[in-house]
Structures are given as structure tokens and as C-alpha cells.
Design a protein around this ligand. Structure first.
Ligand code: GLU
Length: 275
């Protein structure tokens, strides 16, 4: 195992399931003795609940995972809840705005669906944002100002990165994904911006997460570039499949770590037993 400083980044909108358990155990093993941050990704305030955060910490401890920095142990990179890190995200937004890398985009999801000509990318829920909705020019702004902001992707550029599990991964900007939201119109940082800002500030050397985020990694590499920051190494864990080879991502009923614990599974079984 490489001993690269890593992190756990659960989103407390529900109970963690067996897929999280396996990805997080891999993250812990790869971090080894290099330091391991617990970061709570609770930006989506209406959907996040403190009891899910408490349950996540409890489930992960029960699995035997230990972190060296986080909301309950402290450390030099506090705060560790994304809901408390807004000032840093705004700072990052300002850097991107000053670089001309992002633009205000008032279009609703419905506008985007209606104007989209390309089909949804295979592993992404969002339609590809059509270049026809890009503004020709926009006013310089000192603050996001209640409108969504998107990163302008370099159409046709192939983003290639090495992944410790998947090998070389390639995604093409404008084909696999389009201009993506970095700031939401409800004045919250969007996932891609918050994760890059935090992984950089927390000096994460390797990001370990599920393979469902491979396309996000390509987007995030563009953000690192625009910010002039060195990206971390990446390791995308295979998604857990059932005996028939179907991904469990959307079908996790009965597979929450809590439920498996209650059904008498041991930590070892949660991490290795077939489902
Ligand atoms: N918070 C995200 C999740 O629970 C993970 C984000 C990441 O690892 O970059 O899916």
C-alpha cells in the first residue's frame, strides 16, 4: 500500500451502505500511516441530517477504520464540515472568476434539457450542457450574486489521468461532459468546486472514491489546472455488484452497514462477503 495522505468524504444524506464500507476501507489501507482526514460533505443542507453524520462515524469506527483528523478528533485543517467552509469556497470562486474560467449561467435544468442535443453521458445523471447556452460575454462580478456559475470546458480536449485501479482513464471535454456548475444559484458551492478546494487545502495526496466519480475527476482536473494547483493521485474503487453482476449503486435497500450489523454480519463480512 502506498501510504499517501488520504481522506474519507461521506455525504450525510442517508446511512452508509456496503459500497461505502468497501471504498472507505480501501482508502484507509492506502493512506496507511500517512494521515487520514474525515471530512463531512454536508453542503446540501436541506438533505443532510446530523444523525446521519453520527451514524456514519459510528459505522466506520465499528468497521475498524481510524482517521487522524476530523470533526471529532480535531487537527490543523479544521473545520471539517463543508457547511462551515464557505469562506474558502468563495475564495476559490473568486480565483476562478478572476481567471475568466467561469461564467454566470441563469438557465434552469429544464432549459438545459430542452436545448441539449447530445444524449446524457453514460455514467452521468446530467445532460451535457449545450455550448449554445454559453454567454458571449459577461460582467465581472465580485460575488456569485444568486445565480449559478459554470466552468467553461475546453471543447474537444482529452483529459487523461492515471488511476491506481482503472489504469489510464480518458474523458473528452464537450463530449463526455459539458460546462459544469461550480456555484449553485442557492449560493452554495457545488460539489466539484468544494471537493477540489478541500482536497487542495487539506493537502490530500491521493483521492480514493467510487468509480461512479471518474467523469467528475476529469472535471476536477480542469479546475486544478485553472487554479494553478497540483492535482492529487486518484484511485477509483470498483462499484460493488451482486451475484448477477448488477451494480448496487441505486439498489441498496437492506445493505446499509447498520442493517447488516443488525443482521449479525461481522465487520470482516461487510468488507468481503458476497451480496
Ligand atoms: N461525498 C461524496 C460521496 O459521498 C464523495 C466525494 C469524493 O470522494 O470526492 O459520494
Amino acid at each position: 500500500m502506498p501510504h499517501l495522505r488520504g481522506r474519507l468524504a461521506p455525504t450525510p444524506t442517508g446511512y452508509l451502505h456496503i459500497g461505502h464500507a468497501r471504498t472507505f476501507a480501501l482508502a484507509a489501507a492506502r493512506a496507511g500511516t500517512a494521515g487520514f482526514v474525515m471530512r463531512i460533505e454536508d453542503l446540501d443542507a436541506p438533505r443532510c441530517r446530523p444523525e446521519y453524520t453520527a451514524a456514519a462515524l459510528d459505522d466506520l469506527r465499528w468497521l475498524g477504520l481510524a482517521w487522524t483528523e476530523g470533526p471529532d478528533v480535531g487537527g490543523p485543517h479544521a473545520p471539517y464540515a463543508q457547511s462551515e467552509r464557505t469562506a474558502w469556497y468563495l475564495d476559490t470562486w473568486r480565483q476562478l472568476a478572476a481567471a475568466g474560467a467561469i461564467y454566470p449561467s441563469p438557465h434552469s435544468r429544464r432549459d438545459v434539457e430542452a436545448a441539449a442535443t447530445a444524449p446524457h453521458a453514460a455514467d452521468d445523471a446530467e445532460p451535457i450542457f449545450p455550448a449554445s447556452l454559453r454567454p458571449e460575454r459577461w460582467e465581472r462580478a465580485a460575488a456569485p450574486g444568486g445565480v449559478a456559475w459554470r466552468f467553461r470546458v475546453p471543447d474537444g480536449r482529452v483529459i487523461e489521468f492515471y488511476d491506481a485501479v482503472q489504469g489510464i482513464v480518458r474523458r473528452t471535454a464537450g463530449v463526455d461532459f459539458g460546462d459544469f456548475v461550480v456555484w449553485r444559484r442557492d449560493d452554495l458551492a457545488a460539489y466539484e468546486l468544494a471537493v477540489v478546494a478541500d482536497d487542495h487545502a487539506m493537502e490530500i495526496a491521493e483521492v480514493v472514491r467510487g468509480a461512479d466519480l471518474l467523469t467528475s475527476t476529469a472535471r476536477q482536473i480542469l479546475l486544478y489546472e485553472a487554479l494553478g494547483w497540483q492535482p492529487p493521485a486518484f484511485c477509483h474503487a470498483p462499484l460493488v455488484c451482486d451475484a448477477a453482476g448488477r451494480r448496487l449503486a441505486k439498489r441498496t435497500a437492506g445493505l446499509a452497514i447498520r442493517e447488516l450489523r443488525a443482521a449479525g454480519w461481522s465487520p470482516e463480512e461487510v468488507l468481503t462477503r458476497g451480496v
